[in-house]
Design a binder for this molecule. Structure first.
Ligand code: AMP
Length: 398
């Protein structure tokens, strides 16, 4: 395949990140990257920088809607300064039970994935919106979907099946996992020496952890939705389902609309819980570390719950893998929060996980385990856009 510009679009609930790669046979050059951030606010950020880091666009526009935000991106990328994309790759958290493979996007495929918005309620609405808009604003350019759930498709049925009646399973309810493109990129970066027994902890505003054997996922913490698994910035993580039933009954005492009650519960579980809910301070680890320094006991409890939960998952994954060769931290917290890594690993010596305090005192890629630690512990930033480009190039060649 000749070198072609491939645009990668990665949307979050209040941001759209993008990058343009020049990609051909074995060639991957990042030309530009950028983002619109702060959708829904008067003071958003819109920037584009080139491969050398030079800012080509640096604006603070009002971003009242995602439509305004994406038009800005499309207009800029359609201008003469930038090469017209030959293909577009979209990150999608979960396409539902019938869309498990990365593939070319059609209007019918978007409709099908949209039926399962509830499986990633913070991510799917903006992702499908951008898929439709990209088809309109870049006419004739092929679009491809890259699913986070794709990496987790190798999980055995014992991991994917939920302990629920068949009638619920028939609705598509099962464990899909998320952050799959990040996990895939860690395995990719470890090639050709991918350890047989690997655990990767993707700790960002959303947090999850995966057990990977010989490069293939065997288990992951997130479930049907990104609300499950580890406690995240604003999400509960795994929780006794009786809690949700109890709260739903409480909400139902004040509203007669079942939809309204479900929406309230969804906001409670997805946007008001997790580190934010426990601390009452923030969902952001940097704020929580500041609050802890200032003696805030609730911030301390929130972070303790976070690190304690992750240590428990690591223990269960070591049991599942039958041992461990390598533990990798990634994501904003995994890459940058030295204290979280130290606190998670503090009690894991019995599993062969021993950090070196000096080596751990680092932000960015590094080996942070002690020289004689049976398990190697590393920090590796994810390379999600590169993985999406790889999939787009493969799919264009099919
Ligand atoms: P992400 O969702 O991967 O962008 O990660 C966001 C999380 O990473 C937030 O909780 C941030 O507070 C955290 N984070 C980013 N930079 C740092 C840092 N230098 N120290 C501690 N936490 C950080």
């Amino acid at each position: 395949m000749p070198s072609l510009p491939v645009l990668v679009l990665n949307s979050g609930s209040s941001s759209i990140k993008f990058s343009v790669y020049e990609a051909g046979d074995g060639e991957r050059n990042k030309l530009f990257e950028g983002a619109v951030d702060g959708i829904g606010t008067d003071l958003g950020k819109f920037w584009i920088k080139d491969a050398t880091g030079k800012r080509l666009v640096d604006q603070t526009p009002a971003l009242p809607t995602r439509a305004v935000a994406f038009e800005l991106v499309a207009k800029a990328l359609n201008s003469e300064e930038f090469p017209t994309p030959a293909a577009i790759g979209h990150r999608m958290v979960c396409g539902g039970p019938t869309v498990l493979e990365n593939q070319r996007i059609t209007p019918e495929l978007i409709d099908e994935m949209e039926r399962y918005t509830a499986f990633a309620p913070l991510h799917t609405p903006i992702a499908v919106y951008i898929m439709r808009e990209a088809a309109r604003l870049f006419p004739g350019v092929p679009n491809f979907v890259c699913l986070d759930s794709y990496f987790h498709r190798t999980m055995p049925e014992v991991a994917t099946h939920m302990p629920i009646p068949e009638e619920y399973s028939a609705m598509g309810v099962r464990r899909f996992g998320a952050h799959g493109i990040s996990y895939e990129s860690i395995v990719y970066q470890l090639q050709p020496n991918v350890p047989e027994k690997l655990i990767v902890a993707h700790l960002g505003n959303g947090a999850s952890i995966s057990a990977i054997r010989k490069g293939k996922c065997i288990d992951t913490s997130m479930g049907l939705t990104p609300t499950g698994g580890l406690i995240s910035g604003t999400r509960t993580g795994d929780i006794d389902p009786g809690v949700l039933v109890f709260i739903l009954h409480k909400i139902a005492e004040k509203t007669t609309s079942a939809v309204e009650a479900a929406n309230q519960l969804e906001i409670g579980a997805n946007k008001k819980s997790g580190l934010l809910g426990v601390s009452g301070v923030s969902n952001d680890m940097r704020d929580l570390r500041e609050a802890i320094k200032a003696g805030n006991a609730k911030a301390r409890l929130a972070v303790d719950k976070f690190t304690w939960t992750i240590a428990k998952w690591i223990g269960s994954f070591v049991a599942e893998l039958g041992g461990l060769d390598m533990l990798v931290f990634t994501g904003g917290i995994g890459e940058n929060d030295i204290d979280s890594r130290a606190e998670i690993c503090a009690g894991l010596g019995a599993l062969g996980i021993v950090l070196d305090a000096k080596r751990n005192n680092v932000r960015g890629p590094a080996v942070i385990s002690a020289e004689d630690s049976p398990v190697t512990v590393r920090v590796i930033p994810p390379a999600e856009d590169l993985m999406i480009v790889n999939h787009v190039v493969r799919l264009m060649g099919e």
